[in-house]
Structures are given as C-alpha cells and as structure tokens.
Design a protein around this ligand. Structure first.
Ligand code: SAH
Length: 260
C-alpha cells in the first residue's frame, strides 16, 4: 500500500546497482555532423565556453550534483536542435524539436536528473526514460547511469534521436520505439525511471518496473483543483511501500498512449 508524504526528499539508503568508486564521466568527443568541418553557425568552432557558462548558471540556480553538472557540460545541446535554433541552445529555455514536442530547458533537465540521482554516490544502474524526443536527455543520462532505455511513441522523433545519437556511439543507450505508458518490462527492474511527458497519473506498471530502492521522477497533473497544471512527482520504492513527494510546478508536453 502506498504511503504519501509531502516532506522534502532525503538521500536514499542502499540504492541498487551502484558502481563504485565513482568513475569520472567520459567527455564526449565533439563529432561534426555530415563531415562538415565547422561547428554550427553562430557558435563558432568551440561551444565549450558557452556550455561552461550554462553550467555556471545551473549551479547558481542551485544544482549542486557535480556529476549532473559535468554531464550537462559534456553533451553538446546545440547538436540536438534545429540549425535555426542553435544560437538559443544554451539558454535556459525549452525549444521545439518537431511534431509539436519540445526539448526541456537545461534547468529542468538538470533538476530532474539531480532528483533521480539523489543519494547515489556513483553511477545509477539501469534507467528508463519515457519520451526520448530528440535524444538529448538520453545522452546526458548515458554519463550518469550504467544503461539507458529510452522509449518514444512518435516514429519521427525516435528516428531523429537515433540520427542525433549515432555519431556519439553511446553503447549504453538503447532507443526503443513504443508506448512508454507500458514502461519497458524487459529492462526492469530499474534503478531510476524518468518521464519527459506528463499524464493524469503515474502508470502502475512504472512503479512495478522500479527496483526496490529505486526512484521515479515524473511530471503529473496537479489535480482536479488545478486543471491543466502539472507538478513534479518523486516516488521512492522502498521495502515498506511507495513514498510520494510532490515537488514544484512544471510544464511538460502531455503523456499520450499508443504510437504514431
Ligand atoms: N527527453 C526529451 C524530451 C522530449 S519531450 C529530449 O531530451 O528531447 C517528451 C516526449 O515524450 C515527446 O517526444 C513525446 O512524443 C513523448 N511521449 C509522450 N507520451 C509518450 C509515451 N506514452 N511513450 C513514449 N513517449 C511519449
């Protein structure tokens, strides 16, 4: 039986499938797309300075997890957005990625990853991401956990993510096409589940597929009294049951069933 708390989230004891000691995240080698000898116009040849500045701002906003900051500093967000949006890639803003979907703003991505990792010294074990989108968050996750299973319901975005990630050769990222409302039982149990789309409630199968000691971070509808509003929900699966913690208000694209 699930118990509900609204207290602040504390570090979790005994998180499963850790790797220790903490391996330094591997910096991603910048890969130029289609053999182009230039970085996308507007960012010059080296985007690392602007990424460092983004990371500094994330730290000023309160992100304290060095591994999250380091992963955010490694992944070239500008490679995941349309060339017309490259100049905005390191601003703290969500951006369209096609088919009516958006890449979350860096502040929200890092906040959710920090919550997912809270209390974990090394890498997380297997993580399920619902909503691959353009593949950006999956790339960041690849630095923070042993395996990433990322599922997307829109074929066009699943293909786009595969294209975006191909050159990075991230052996621990597994892209899946399907309805993430059903989770992905074959990869379960997961040390972490993270959703990039918000539904009315958290599907029961996500909680089933979470390992004991694991954590889920997902946007959910705030409730009947605030229609259209979403809040970030953290759910910890313990040997005694589930602990739900409601965090701040967020605004995510809707979680939809079926594939398209
Ligand atoms: N993490 C992504 C954010 C994508 S936006 C990134 O870094 O780009 C959220 C995504 O969730 C959208 O692409 C949307 O199509 C997808 N989505 C919504 N409902 C889904 C479902 N049931 N299963 C899988 N993906 C879903």
């Amino acid at each position: 039986m699930a118990e509900r708390h609204t207290t602040s989230v504390k570090p979790r004891p005994g998180f499963p499938a850790r790797l220790g000691p903490n391996p330094a995240p591997k910096p991603l080698t910048p890969v130029l797309r289609h053999g182009t000898p230039h970085a996308p116009a507007g960012l010059g040849m080296d985007s690392s300075a602007v990424r460092r500045s983004m990371v500094t701002k994330l730290a000023q906003q309160g992100i304290a997890d060095q591994q999250v900051l380091s992963a955010m500093g490694s992944v070239e967000r500008h490679r995941f957005v349309d060339s017309a949006l490259v100049n905005q890639a390191y601003e703290d803003t969500s951006l369209p990625i096609g088919l009516g979907q958006t890449i979350s703003k860096p502040g929200v991505v890092s906040r959710m990853l920090e919550l997912l990792r809270q209390g974990t010294a090394g890498r997380l074990g297997r993580v399920l991401e619902i909503g691959t989108g353009c593949g950006y968050q999956a790339a960041v996750l690849s630095h923070l956990c042993t395996e990433v299973y990322s599922i997307e319901r829109l074929r066009g975005l699943h293909d786009k993510a595969r294209d975006n990630l191909r050159h990075l050769r991230l052996a621990n990222v597994h892209l899946l096409f399907g309805d993430g409302m059903a989770g992905y039982a074959r990869g379960a149990p997961y040390a972490g589940i993270i959703a990039a789309a918000g539904g009315e409630a958290i599907p029961a199968c996500w909680l089933e597929q979470l390992a004991v000691g694991g954590r889920l971070v997902a946007p959910v509808a705030a409730g009947a009294h605030s229609p259209g509003r979403q809040a970030l929900m953290v759910v910890d699966k313990t040997a005694q049951g589930f602990r739900h913690t409601v965090m701040e208000a967020v605004h995510f694209v809707p979680l939809k069933s079926g594939v398209a």
